[in-house]
Design a binder for this molecule. Sequence first.
Ligand code: RM4
Length: 253
Amino acid sequence: MLLEGRNVLVTGGSAGIGRAIAIGAARHGADVAINFYDDEAGAASCVAAIEALGRRAVAVCGDVADPATAEAFVGAAAEVLGGVDVMVSNAGICPFHSFLDMPVELFTRTQQVNLHGGYFMCQAAARQMVSQGRGGALIAISSISALVGGEFQTHYTPTKAGLHSLMQSAAIALGRYDIRCNSLLPGTILTDINKEDLADPAKRAHMEARIPLGRLGVPDDLVGPAVFLASDMARYVTGAALLVDGGAFVNLQ
Ligand code: RM4
């Protein structure tokens, strides 16, 4: 019960990593607010799972690419839950596409959702935390892709590198308020974001073969690292990045 009495906000909470972290935070005693884009059923299911654990939960619809969404989400969460202690900026897209013919709108959308959305969500949460005067924690779901490339991810990997860098700079800007800023760098985690890509048996075998722990990740693999960074166990951790990738990043040969 590492998050008792804490209010945890998660963007992209209707499925995948965001859903897992939202429910995992509730298991550790947190009340939770989730943002979601269009998966009403998924959001409702996540809220029900949290309430079944005896914790309060609220789901707020909004496109994180719209800067106004951040203030609305944080404001609603603060009103319903009574404050904001943790923001997990998770919402993201990765529509795989080749580089030379990358459509401008696809590039722009990916930047606006992943990086701009993460920036404005963390900024809105930090403003609320500063007004509360009791510190807090920002956790950006970056990626192994902040550190290495992907042929069909030229629009995506810079956003993940940007989120990692954002946490480093925000850690400096917010340390005086006791707001810690860290990023998680998931490896290849089986979610909707890569279901189509990994449906290719050769691609899936290639990805699995480079993971020392011998399997692709699942969303629940991110819960422990996220709860750690959100909790007082990480009270002296800020500006850090934690790979959660089964060893994929270090495995050259
Ligand atoms: C992650 C990483 C994974 C990919 C997903 C879509 O950051 O690149 O390998 O499957 O994105």
